[in-house]
Design a protein around this ligand. Structure first.
Ligand code: 3HC
Length: 285
């Protein structure tokens, strides 16, 4: 199995720009697709800032930073971006219809042997694969925020994903200096099936007045050695994203244990989504 040399990343948001950063830093020519030039420029600026952080920590030098940026080519046209690539990783918003539309386009334009991967945190890989003509070459490649820092890639095997595709993605993840963990395609996979009930329960503790967010987070940081408490983490992930994932778990398993806390629903309705809106369980500048 040969090493991936050219890949496309669709979407330059938090996850997409992190994935492009990591691919390019590990020598992969990376085609980064955004909806327009301004968004593409913004994604590059974010990557440049995160590379500066790594230069500051002496993890890479200034030349490696420039080489990494030079290997990223931005596109606004998916068809042109996926031409001649060996791997496409989709990281657009968590919306099935949007992802389906994007994959239909990618499937038509990408080389027949290219692997198609989704960074979805909760949408069924099997269902997305069915929108393409290559379900055997379709897989979940789930990265974690901040992508340049987090060591896990949750590799999600759809019902029809071939063993060769799984092996190729495991190898690619190791080449990015990440640890792949292969799981099957069920709602929330493993990561969010375990993480989201914890976050939801922490929100119930606020809702029921058991403790304030600061206290709940202190308990989990100091008592369980979590780097961030669950409410700080929920803000970091985005409360809308947490709610969407809880809906997927609740609907997928039909089990009331995944029922989103009414306080989470209200906060999302109020537009308090965490870091990205400046207000969540905490306030941010
Ligand atoms: N790019 C590059 N480097 C970065 C970075 C970025 N975007 N963000 C942080 N870093 C580096 C820093 O430079 C620093 O490097 P050092 O170890 O050499 O000093 C290191 O990461 C730690 O950062 P900070 O010192 O700024 O801050 P902290 O020590 O507080 O760590 C954190 C920040 C890494 C975010 C840590 O708090 C953490 O691990 N939090 C938990 C994150 C987590 O659980 N993520 C998963 C979310 S779930 C998800 O993504 C899946 C989805 O499906 C919901």
């Amino acid at each position: 199995m040969k090493k991936i040399r050219k890949a496309a990343v669709i979407g330059g948001g938090t996850m997409g720009n992190g994935i492009a950063h990591v691919f390019s830093m590990h020598g992969i020519t990376t085609h980064l697709v955004e909806r327009n030039l301004e968004l593409a420029e913004k994604a590059l600026e974010t990557i440049s800032g995160n590379l500066d952080r790594m230069v500051g920590k002496e993890k890479i030098d200034a030349t490696q930073k420039e080489e990494t940026l030079d290997r990223i080519v931005t596109f606004t046209d998916i068809v042109k971006a996926v031409d001649e690539v060996e791997l496409v990783v989709e990281a657009v918003s968590e919306n099935f219809d949007l992802k389906k539309e994007v994959f239909t386009e990618i499937d038509r334009a990408a080389p027949a042997e290219a692997i198609l991967a989704s960074n979805t945190s909760s949408i069924s890989i099997t269902k997305l694969a069915a929108a393409t003509t290559r379900a055997d070459k379709f897989i979940g490649m789930h990265f974690f925020n901040p992508v340049p820092v987090m060591k896990l890639v949750e590799v999600v095997k759809g019902l029809q994903t071939s063993a060769a595709t799984v092996a190729a993605i495991e190898k690619t993840a190791r080449g990015l200096d990440k640890n792949p963990v292969v799981v099957s395609d069920y709602p929330g996979f493993v990561s969010n099936r375990v993480l989201m009930p914890m976050i939801n329960e922490a929100i119930y503790c606020v809702y029921e007045g058991v403790a304030e967010p600061e206290e709940i987070d202190q308990v989990m940081k100091l008592g369980m050695a979590h780097p961030m408490g669950p409410l700080r983490l929920a803000d970091f992930i985005g409360l809308d994203v947490c709610l969407d994932i809880l809906h997927v778990l609740h609907e997928g398993f039909k089990d009331p244990k995944y029922r989103p806390c009414p306080l989470l629903v209200k906060m999302v309705e109020a537009g308090r989504l965490g870091d990205k809106t400046g207000e969540g369980f905490y306030s941010y500048d």
